[in-house]
Unconditional design. Structure first.
Length: 132
């Protein structure tokens, strides 16, 4: 990963690792009849993508102005913990109420939003000048 991060910017590695993780989770609900096998297989892919995302996220935050690092890390970790707490509860309620089709539709909507956002935003990820 250090070699890869010296050749590719951190934000691109983060973006692609999240994309790989989301595709792995999408495949679980679409193509596996045995849900336990599918969950285990794609969980491994998800964890590999997540292990690439975490160090790149920390490296990216380290480039922010020192005065704002604490604020950015606090907001980032608060959002992550809120998602870890509320996500399974809401996900379970939605799965129980609507089944797996809702998750397939939401995955498709998020993927389309990613493509649209990428085409509209370009490479203006650090346009506010707070990145060193």
């Amino acid at each position: 990963l250090p070699y890869l991060s010296s050749k590719i910017p951190e934000y691109k590695i983060m973006k692609y690792s999240l994309l790989i993780a989301s595709i792995a989770l999408f495949i679980t609900f679409m193509y596996f009849d045995n849900i336990w096998f599918g969950l285990y297989s794609t969980f491994l892919i998800y964890m590999m993508a997540k292990s690439a995302y975490a160090p790149m996220h920390n490296s990216y935050i380290s480039k922010i102005d020192e005065e704002k690092q604490g604020e950015v890390i606090g907001i980032s970790e608060s959002a992550r913990m809120f998602g870890m707490f509320v996500g399974p509860i809401v996900g379970g309620i939605l799965l129980d109420s609507y089944g797996t089709n809702l998750f397939i539709i939401l995955a498709a909507v998020l993927f389309v939003a990613y493509i649209i956002g990428r085409s509209l935003n370009g490479s203006t990820h650090a346009s506010n000048g707070n990145i060193k």
